[in-house]
Design a protein. Structure first.
Length: 693
């Protein structure tokens, strides 16, 4: 009775405190200060001024000029990790969208706080150096079916794959958002454009004009004068005698990258030089310009094989490098006359000629004599290459974190699915299962699989940190997508939640918990070695079982009021030490885990019953259970107490009823219930029948 009152009182207090905590504002983690960020930037680069985006600074190169941006990922993409707090990474991005450096600033991931340490995490982040935000990047191994050949695969961290996936998404999301706002579209995925093999088509100049391959654009002197109207250069017209209708720009634009087009306009000598240029620079787009107006194409001080100062190219508002191809002009007779040159535009930098791009000519005027001021008026035309001459290779789309995780662990997930289905079948048909003579051996085989495959191999040990992180993310309005980064554990969580409504906590705590399986093996070995077992009285058993609710309550209080300490507080779970890193930790963590195991040698599964906060949360499953799935007889409890005496978990009350909040589903009582040589009511009934006959 006293124990029941304690549990009832704690439950009510627990619910009341939860209501209070839900109304408490969530304290967000702080970004690192500017001084720490400045120290983290590697030479010869240095930290510049903060930008208008929170958490983003300018990056200065060795000469003090702007060289990119320094980003704190948590300020832009605060994706919560398994502790509920975001992983904060410094991303150093150059002006072309390349990763100069990616460095860990702070994190609270349980596996890296004290399990593996931060060294593997920092080594993982070093893999970004030299890559670009336009490069499709994923984590895992190229199995040949998960993406194209240009995908870059980063090596994950064993036992921490889900955490590094969260970090990867945070890094990429932050970098792309800054690129979208600051680098003018460079973050758009870049297609690769490849010229098709020679189609061996024959064109005349008129064919090129009729099919739109050769485009004619003009600008009059009147339009140029309107461009300078109201400026100090209005009266500095170098062609004052020209009428407004005379052509200032009379320009033909021809994309000659396709050999069929080049043959149509170039003489033999120029064609041979153009072909040699293609062999040397196969990624160049070549565009022929012929200008017959007063403007011309280049200034008097132009140097061949350089970028003409009067000509500009841009795509998606991002400048495209254009330079002279340095070809001696030798055009065919039917091609219009004028000042001609061939421009080279590099497709490797993301330029896509089959999408619209802008070609601009600058009209330049000078005002003054000794130190003249130069003014410009820009005249632009939209250009697009003929698609039939090119193949557009769409970059492979990186798999989503969930898809990538599923692909990389597909065999494990299939095996886990089959294993979970087997456990479901055992629980669903428990009465038929215990009738098998070897059912205990089979149960230990299942527990060995749980420990070895689910725990040590699959890293599927559930932790109280996951529901705590989920709760904190929900209260803070953050995404719960971090749950998808570990599909292996997600399957176990899904099975556990489904099992809540059928068997309470029994499915997970009794069959799918690796540390629980380890304790059960320790207890079984101890009994076989005749280790003296401690019998806990019913009163103290109830009192001790209340401890796990207090531990859970304490973790929730820490989560809301001291969230930076929740990972350390969660070390009350020895799961990380015993399962995640297999006792490869500091001695005091190992000592605590071993102590929990030794306790189970004298008190069966002592940690699970009395101290486990996850077990306290799982005990709610006893209340969610829809039906009493373990059958009882009217004689159970009075006069028969055999099941209660035999239950190592103390989950059977004196009345014979099952306390499903404490039942671990070992099926020992079901075995007694079905065995006519063990169940007292059945034995008595059989004896009566025998005497009657």
């Amino acid at each position: 009775m006293i124990g029941n009152r304690i549990v009832t009182t704690l439950s009510r207090s627990f619910a009341a405190l939860l209501m209070l905590l839900f109304s408490t504002p969530w304290a967000a983690a702080d970004l690192v200060d500017e001084a720490e960020l400045r120290d983290a930037v590697i030479a010869p680069y240095s930290l510049g001024e903060p930008t208008d985006i929170e958490g983003v600074w300018q990056l200065l190169n060795g000469s003090g000029a702007k060289g990119g941006y320094v980003i704190q990922s948590e300020a832009i993409s605060p994706l919560p990790g398994f502790s509920g707090a975001a992983i904060n990474v410094m991303v150093v991005l150059d002006l072309d969208g390349g990763f100069i450096d990616v460095k860990l600033l702070n994190q609270s991931e349980p596996i890296f706080v004290s399990g593996l340490g931060e060294a593997p995490f920092r080594q993982f982040l070093e893999q970004y150096r030299g890559l670009s935000i336009n490069t499709p990047i994923t984590i895992g191994t190229n199995y040949g079916s998960g993406g194209g050949g240009s995908l870059v695969y980063l090596d994950g961290v064993t036992k921490a794959t889900a955490s590094v996936r969260i970090a990867h998404e945070s890094v990429m999301a932050a970098a792309r958002e800054v690129a979208r706002q600051k680098l003018k579209g460079i973050s758009r995925p870049q297609e690769k454009v490849v010229p098709k093999p020679d189609l061996d088509l024959s064109f005349t100049w008129q064919d090129l004009v009729d099919q739109g391959i050769a485009r004619h654009v003009t600008t009059t002197h009147g339009e140029v004068r309107a461009g300078f109207a109201g400026t100090i250069w209005q009266s500095d017209d170098p062609f004052p005698d020209a009428s407004d209708s005379d052509l200032f720009i009379d320009l033909w634009i021809v994309d000659v990258t396709a050999p069929s087009v080049a043959r149509a306009v170039m003489g033999d000598r120029m064609l041979r030089d153009w072909e040699r240029l293609g062999d040397i620079s196969p990624d160049d787009q070549t565009v022929l310009l012929i200008e017959a107006g007063d403007h011309g194409l280049v200034s008097e001080d132009f140097v061949r094989n350089t970028a003409p100062s009067w000509i500009e190219a841009a795509q998606d508002e991002f400048p495209v490098s254009a330079r002279d191809a340095d070809l001696l002009i030798n055009l065919k007779d039917d091609v219009p006359e004028g000042q001609a040159m061939v421009l080279r535009l590099d497709r490797r930098l993301g330029f896509n000629p089959v999408r619209e791009w802008d070609l601009s000519l600058l009209a330049v005027r000078q005002h003054g004599m000794l130190q003249p001021e130069e003014g410009q008026a820009r005249f632009s035309w939209t250009v697009k290459a003929d698609e039939r001459f090119f193949d557009v290779l769409t970059p492979p789309k990186p798999l989503s974190p969930f898809e990538s995780a599923v692909l990389n662990r597909r065999v494990d997930l299939l095996l886990l699915g089959g294993f979970v289905a087997l456990v479901f079948a055992i629980m669903a048909f428990n009465r038929a299962f215990v009738k098998r003579r070897e059912y205990r051996v089979f149960r230990y085989a299942v527990l060995a699989t749980t420990l070895g495959f689910v725990g040590w191999w699959g890293q599927g040990q559930l932790s109280i940190l996951t529901p705590i992180a989920t709760l904190s993310a929900m209260l803070a309005g953050k995404s719960l997508s971090f749950l998808l980064y570990d599909p292996f554990s997600l399957i176990i969580w899904g099975a556990t939640i489904i099992g809540f409504f059928i068997w309470g906590r029994a499915l997970f705590c009794g069959w799918l918990c690796p540390f629980g399986a380890m304790q059960e093996f320790v207890g079984a070995v101890a009994k076989r070695l005749n280790v003296q077992q401690v019998k806990v009285s019913d009163r103290w058993d109830q009192r001790l079982k209340s401890l796990k609710y207090l531990v859970l309550l304490g973790l929730l209080i820490i989560m809301f009021y001291r969230p930076e300490h929740v990972e350390k507080a969660a070390e009350v779970e020895p799961f990380k030490t015993a399962i995640s890193v297999f006792f490869q930790r500091e001695w005091f963590y190992v000592f605590y885990a071993v102590l929990c195991l030794l306790a189970s040698a004298v008190v069966f599964k002592a940690y699970c019953r009395y101290l486990c906060p996850l077990g306290a949360l799982m005990a709610i499953g006893g209340w969610l259970r829809l039906t009493p799935w373990i059958e009882r007889r009217t004689e159970c409890g009075s006069p028969c107490q055999l099941c209660k005496v035999k239950c190592d978990y103390g989950a059977i009350k004196a009345t014979g009823k099952i306390d499903y909040s404490e039942c671990f589903g070992c099926l020992d009582c079901v075995d007694i219930f079905e065995d006519r040589n063990k169940c007292v009511p059945l034995i008595v009934t059989d004896k009566r029948k025998a005497r009657a006959s």
